[in-house]
Design a protein around this ligand. Structure first.
Ligand SMILES: Cc1cc2nc3c(=O)[nH]c(=O)nc-3n(C[C@H](O)[C@H](O)[C@H](O)COP(=O)(O)OP(=O)(O)OC[C@H]3O[C@@H](n4cnc5c(N)ncnc54)[C@H](O)[C@@H]3O)c2cc1C
Ligand code: SF4
Length: 498
């Protein structure tokens, strides 16, 4: 048995119930917040989670490939279908008890007020947009949002110096990692119990009050009639099951919640699966003369907000050497050279607020939707601008060479080479892009042509079916979304028990 497989043994020790009051599918931030509210209100809550349950003690023993093999969806890269003008990209999604909060970067941002105001004006979300700020306060308190000002890696300090020289507005990042030891291992699960994932906060609260979580349990279909869901069907360790539920809450994330609706034949609303935004992300690597050991510091600690109004957000990354090495945009001899230089390299990332939209489609395969996303010319231009800014920052921070996220291109050594590479014809397939933030596929709103759920998360036309996760966030928000997902779930949770 491989090491990865030994971490993938399903836990079948608890028999599944035949009937429950409130059944939540998915245990990420959204499912966990809803569970804590419902359980506190005295409901009988059961959560089903497709991925495995892992605990802190395991994180220090698991290799990155164990984690990516068992706790991420499709080894950490779910394919996105694009057209010829769309860079090839993958969606990075978690698949484990606690969802994305266990393996994410823990960066916490509130969505800018003008974006939230747009939801009020265009989608009529009066209640959400009024209550969201209280939702943020509750979520920030519960997950321990703290400044990373004291935990910058040497690479982050160099990047900050570059931003100061350029006069760009910047800030210390806040994360839900009080007591962070700066080990940079966030993406493979925090071994120090610093990251306040759902395993240590909302989900733990719900379990302490009596909620039951069944990991390794995949829901494949909802049954019932139009307007009322009767049960969920699924698979656990290869065996079929069915659980009847008074209410069903989908918290599978913005790819898998719409997929489950569509696979169950729930397609009366045009917006189900549409309006997918993903925050396409890119990065640049900086080579310095002196050692910076980028992985010695908080995984992310420093960001630049100078370009937020343009929809560009820049933030540092301090990945551990194995993850760092695997992410380099090179092959063969160039990759070997870069690997030798790793202690001298820093990396800055940039994400864009996307106007492009994608769509989730049903397929005949359990757990395998088709995801399509077509990038507009304006978003491609915004990505190029982001890459140019990352290059400028690299040189301003003292880098000797900058590697841009284009396949098959040499490092650039000065501004002329930087701008020559940016302005040369960069084909869509030359970009290195990833995305970790799918949103919007079951939008909240009142117009049934444009949205899927009401402000309490209930699906239009249904009495007892809810979507409560990242799918309901109506638009791209331009910053990391976990805190907003938690705050929105706080608002929905409050309205469910009011
Ligand atoms: C590597 C990485 C780094 C990130 N870094 C940050 C960051 O620093 N800051 C930030 O704000 N955001 C970050 N994010 C994004 C953030 O974690 C997600 O936006 C957030 O977790 C989404 O919450 P959710 O509840 O909608 O879904 P998820 O967290 O994706 O949880 C959904 C859960 O549902 C389960 N599920 C799906 N389908 C089924 C089914 N059919 N049956 C049973 N279970 C099912 C999945 O296995 C999963 O565990 C990151 C994400 C990743 C992957
Ligand atoms: S940097 Fe290390 S200690 Fe800090 S939250 Fe990440 S994994 Fe935990």
């Amino acid at each position: 048995m491989t090491a990865a497989a030994s971490y993938g043994i399903p836990d079948e020790s608890q028999p599944l119930p035949a009937q429950v009051q409130d059944l939540i599918v998915g245990t990420g931030p959204s499912g966990s917040v809803i569970a804590s509210h419902l359980q506190r209100a005295g409901r009988q809550v059961v959560l089903l989670e497709e991925g495995p349950a892992r605990v802190t003690e395991q994180f220090s023993k698991m290799t990155p490939s164990d984690v990516f093999g068992s706790m991420y969806r499709t080894l950490g890269g779910f394919p996105v279908l694009g057209g010829p003008e769309t860079p090839p990209m993958v969606l990075v999604m978690a698949r484990c008890k606690g969802g994305g909060t266990v393996v994410n970067g823990a960066v916490c941002y509130r969505t800018d007020e003008d974006v939230v105001d747009g939801w009020r004006k265009t989608l009529g979300l009066q209640h959400l947009t009024r209550e969201l700020w209280r939702g943020y306060e509750r979520a920030e308190r519960r997950i321990g949002v703290t400044s990373m000002a004291e935990l910058h890696s040497a690479a982050a300090i160099k990047a900050r110096g570059g931003a100061q020289r350029l006069g760009w507005a910047h800030h210390d990042v806040h994360r839900n990692t009080p007591g962070c030891k700066g080990s940079g291992r966030c993406l493979t699960g925090c071994p120090n119990e610093a990251k306040q994932s759902m395993l240590l906060t909302y989900l733990k609260d719900a379990e302490a009050l009596g909620a039951t979580v069944y990991p390794d349990t995949q829901v494949t279909k909802l049954t019932g009639d139009f307007g009322k869901v009767r049960s969920v069907k699924g698979k656990r360790a290869g065996k079929a099951f069915e659980i009847k539920a008074e209410r069903v809450f989908l918290a599978c994330g913005a790819v898998f919640s719409p997929f489950l609706l569509l696979r169950s034949g729930i397609k009366h609303l045009r917006a189900i699966g549409r309006h997918l935004t993903i925050h396409p992300s890119t990065r640049a690597y900086y080579l310095y003369d002196d050692k910076v050991n980028a992985w010695e510091g908080a995984f992310q600690s420093f960001a630049i907000h100078q370009f937020r109004k343009e929809g560009i957000h820049l933030i540092n990354l301090s990945p551990p050497p194995l993850v760092f090495g695997a992410s380099l945009p090179a092959l063969g001899a160039q990759l070997r050279t870069m690997l030798k230089q790793l202690p001298h390299m820093g990396v800055m990332g940039g994400l864009i607020s996307d106007e492009s939209e994608g769509r989730v489609f049903a397929t005949p395969f359990d757990g395998f939707p088709a995801v399509q996303y077509t990038m507009t010319a304006a978003d491609r231009a915004k990505l190029l601008r982001t890459i140019g800014l990352l290059g400028d920052l690299g040189f301003a921070s003292g880098a000797r060479e900058v590697y841009l996220p284009f396949n098959w291109r040499p490092a650039v050594k000065n501004h002329d080479q930087l701008h020559a590479q940016i302005s040369s014809k960069v084909a869509a397939h030359d970009f290195e892009i990833t995305a970790q933030h799918p949103l919007g596929t079951c939008r909240m709103g009142y117009d049934e042509d444009l949205s899927v759920v009401r402000e309490d998360g209930r699906v239009h036309g249904y009495d007892n079916l809810y979507v409560v996760d990242s799918s309901v966030i109506p638009t791209s928000i331009g910053v990391n979304p976990m805190l907003t997902i938690l705050a929105v779930a706080e608002v929905i949770g409050q309205s469910l028990v009011a």
